[in-house]
Design a protein around this ligand. Structure first.
Ligand code: AMP
Length: 289
């Protein structure tokens, strides 16, 4: 596995891989790797033969500088995990390499109006800008994003379509702790007590699944039930509990098409997000966590 920090170097390594007829898979991350990230590499390996991972804590997507400054970092462990999981190349740029003198921002309308887009001003502009740059630098055939950040995955699919990036986007499932807590680098900040409290998010989503399987379709009723359960964990703040269409992430009053129920809540200073996708299999509802 090679670790490089310069754009020219990445380009030349990837050019060589392409000359050898290898398809390039790409997993962008902010590091502090866990099984969620590694599952995306495993997914990428099903489709491609040369795995690139970026590790870059992208300052411009943070709307809270304390969150940026305290974002967990452990490069030695990241390199170890990446190598053991078949990553061929890590791109590890610094701020200057990515943004020295930069004046361009990539913005996407509508799909970022709700959910995290509404609560974190500027966040998605930062995400789309960095992902566009990374796509242009790496020029992968396939890029894999997690369902965990569903608004990001759905919006990037749209950005790729709108801007004609020649890359196939794949969404990988949410990897969870045995307890049900969605894995996240930020979980490191949770005290033992808050980690326990935060399980109400998964419990709330499971309750929503139960209601849906019993025939409930009214978003308001489902959201109220989730809220009741989440409040039992004494969250410090609930940013949102929302039901939206999968297609464009607009709010949905009645669940009658492919949809997402998404949650964002603070436990202590740690903001956690989670969701489930509601699909239909032979006319029957199926919730994908
Ligand atoms: P991050 O390093 O948090 O920016 O995440 C990098 C990628 O990993 C994004 O596509 C995330 O959606 C994905 N990811 C984060 N947590 C998980 C998880 N628990 N399961 C699957 N993918 C995840």
């Amino acid at each position: 596995m090679r670790v490089v920090s310069k754009i020219d170097e990445v380009r030349s390594i990837i050019e060589d891989a392409k000359k050898n007829n290898l398809l390039i898979g790409f997993v962008p991350t902010m590091g502090f790797l866990h099984k969620g990230h590694l599952s995306l590499v495993a997914e990428s390996k099903k489709h491609t033969q040369f795995q690139v991972m970026s590790i870059f804590v992208n300052k411009i997507q943070f709307n809270n500088m304390n969150d940026y400054n305290t974002y967990p970092r452990d490069l030695e462990n990241d390199f170890d995990l990446a190598e053991k999981n078949g990553v061929d190349l890590i791109f590890l740029p610094d701020d200057d390499e990515m943004y020295g003198n930069h004046l361009t921002t990539v913005h996407l309308d509508r799909l970022t109006d709700n959910l995290c887009g509404a609560c974190r001003p500027g966040h998605f502009d930062g995400v789309f800008t960095v992902v566009s740059k990374l796509f242009n630098i790496i020029q992968p055939h396939v890029a894999v994003f997690g369902q965990k950040d569903i608004q990001q995955a759905v919006s990037i699919q749209k950005m790729v379509y709108d801007l004609n990036f020649p890359v196939k986007i794949i969404m990988g499932p949410i990897i969870r702790e045995d307890s049900g807590l969605a894995m996240s680098s930020r979980n490191k900040h949770l005290s033992r007590e808050k980690r326990e409290d935060a399980l109400v998010i998964y419990k709330g989503l499971k309750r929503a699944e139960q209601l849906l399987l019993n025939g409930e379709r009214d978003s308001k009723i489902i959201i109220n039930e989730i809220e009741k359960i989440i409040l039992k964990g004494r969250p410090d703040k609930i940013d949102y509990i929302s039901a939206v269409r999968f297609s464009d992430l607009s709010f949905l009053d009645t669940i009658g098409e492919k949809a997402v129920i998404a949650v964002a809540a603070f436990f202590g200073d740690t903001r956690l997000i989670d969701n489930m996708v509601i699909e239909y299999e032979r006319g029957r509802i199926k919730c994908v966590f």
